[in-house]
Design a protein around this ligand. Structure first.
Ligand SMILES: Cc1cc2nc3c(=O)[nH]c(=O)nc-3n(C[C@H](O)[C@H](O)[C@H](O)COP(=O)(O)OP(=O)(O)OC[C@H]3O[C@@H](n4cnc5c(N)ncnc54)[C@H](O)[C@@H]3O)c2cc1C
Length: 454
């Protein structure tokens, strides 16, 4: 029997949970700490926002996951500081958490790039609250317009999605399908041809890391679904009633979804560690902080690089592989071996555009689009979801949506306020539900196109 090592992991996301599972065992005490009590499957957040899935379909209580792992336990706490020399973390609640080895896996948050009005008027898409805030707002806008149809002309139903990475593409495609297939039938009194779904991307094409043919396929598919593309255009300002572009065009829209990028959670700054691009913490080849061999950083928070020195993309597979790597390094150190260097194995990327339409590429030059890519996307996302119940629930919802074109989750929580954003009045709530943008704080610039399903 070896000496018990006390490992504290900050973050129960893809990286943190993968590290906890790889470390679980008889000779280790692992404490997973997260400010939320659930693990969130972020790749399907847009489906919650577009009334396709319920929050509980894509989230799972961390305690339910870790109770199956030997030596692993969970604490709900917000880490607000640390004394790295004394090996102790400080929590918002005042409790200190000691550790022998620390794994920082706190992920990223929405970045506003300093653009005026984003934090106040745009919706991020990083948390369940963000997704629910978009859904509530969008559904309420429809109800308000049914009472005052003249609002439609002022963009009350229009949506501007900023960011042409996979999240932006998925969001725009799903919104457009929701409008044309579901809301049109729900609201026959409204002329939905005047409700626009618009996508703004700074680069000349969306889906940067994908092959040009796949990018073109994505643009064609989105346009066929009625999405208006503003490519090569950047956002100057977001206001209460629309989005101002760099060429002076103003897109009237009561809803702006900000999918333009993320920055690392501010733990690097908080803990006095060296940070690189978008606040990501600098690590060595074995994912440890230089001169702090007992502090690992993984996932979206880490500025880990590949062989060429390029930053690794902020993707779930990167975080999961890095989580497993932590256990390998700890074993190597315990056995007096040289710590192995982390190498990311890229198994491919995909993005979905809507029913029967997706793009996928795998290393070796294999790429495909259309129904086959869409089916592959469905299967992979079901496979990676945590929890049997969630898998079944998502599967049933998707089958139902596919067969009926219906979206079951279009319930407005609370009372529909007569006025909302874009009508010059704040949205009123009676139930403490999230107001305006969700709880994802504004995030710093990041290349959203780095992200793709893997
Ligand atoms: C909308 C969206 C869609 C995406 N789609 C895909 C996709 O299709 N494919 C793909 O590969 N990737 C996708 N990604 C990216 C992927 O989700 C991330 O790369 C991945 O979640 C990173 O894992 P992580 O463990 O580093 O961080 P996360 O999974 O974000 O987990 C971080 C955890 O740390 C917690 N935390 C943060 N700060 C603190 C603190 N101070 N104290 C305590 N807890 C804290 C958070 O609550 C969170 O639970 C998507 C991301 C988004 C936002």
């Amino acid at each position: 029997m070896g000496v018990t090592r006390r490992v504290v992991i900050v973050g129960a996301g893809f990286g943190g949970l993968s590290a906890a599972r790889a470390l679980a065992g008889p000779d280790v005490e692992v404490e997973v700490v997260d400010r939320r009590n659930h693990h969130l499957f972020q790749p399907l957040l847009y489906q919650v926002a577009t009334a396709g899935l319920e929050p509980s379909d894509i989230a799972y209580a961390v305690r339910g996951i870790v109770r199956k792992e030997r030596g692993v336990r969970f604490t709900a706490a917000d880490i607000v500081g640390a004394d790295l020399d004394a090996r102790v973390l400080h929590t918002a609640g005042g409790r200190d958490i000691p550790y022998d080895t620390l794994v920082l896996a706190a992920g990223a948050r929405t970045a506003d790039f300093g653009i005026t009005g984003v934090a106040e008027h745009a919706f991020g898409l990083k948390s369940l609250n963000d997704a629910m805030a978009i859904r509530q707002h969008m559904l309420e806008q429809f109800e308000r317009c049914a009472v005052r149809p003249e609002l439609v002309d002022d963009g009350a139903l229009s949506i501007v999605v900023v960011g042409g990475g996979p999240t932006g593409i998925e969001m725009a495609g799903a919104m457009s399908e929701l409008f044309t297939r579901v809301m049109r039938a729900d609201f026959p009194e409204l002329d939905l041809t005047r409700a626009q779904v618009e996508l703004v991307e700074m680069a000349p094409e969306p889906l940067g890391p994908f092959h040009p043919k796949l990018r073109k396929h994505a643009v064609d598919q989105l346009e066929r679904r009625g999405v208006t593309m503003h490519l090569g255009r950047s956002v100057k300002e977001v206001t209460d009633d629309g989005v101002l572009l760099d060429d002076g065009t103003f897109l009237s829209a009561a809803t702006c979804v900000w999918a333009a990028g993320v920055e690392a959670e501010p733990l690097g700054r908080m803990l006095g560690l060296e940070t690189g691009k978008a606040g990501r913490i600098v690590v060595d080849g074995s994912l440890r902080v230089p001169d702090r061999p007992n502090v690992f950083v993984i996932g979206d928070l880490a500025a880990a690089t590949d062989k060429k020195g390029e930053l690794l993309p902020q993707l779930a597979p990167v975080a999961m592989q890095q989580g497993r790597h932590v256990a390998k390094v700890m074993d190597a150190v315990a056995e007096g071996r040289k710590p192995p260097v982390f190498r990311y194995t890229d198994k491919g990327s995909m993005a979905t555009i809507g029913r029967g339409a997706a793009v996928a590429q795998v290393p070796g030059g294999i790429r495909f689009g259309g129904t086959l890519a869409w089916l592959a996307w469905l299967v992979l996302h079901i496979y990676f979801l945590i929890g049997f119940r969630n898998r079944i629930s998502v599967l049933v919802n998707w089958a139902w949506n596919y067969l009926t074109w219906d979206r079951a989750a279009r319930v407005v929580h609370g009372v529909v306020a007569p006025q909302g954003r874009g009508d010059g009045a704040p949205e009123a709530r009676d139930d403490g539900a999230p107001q305006g943008r969700g709880d994802g704080a504004p995030e710093a610039p990041h290349d959203a196109s780095e992200r793709a399903a893997g």
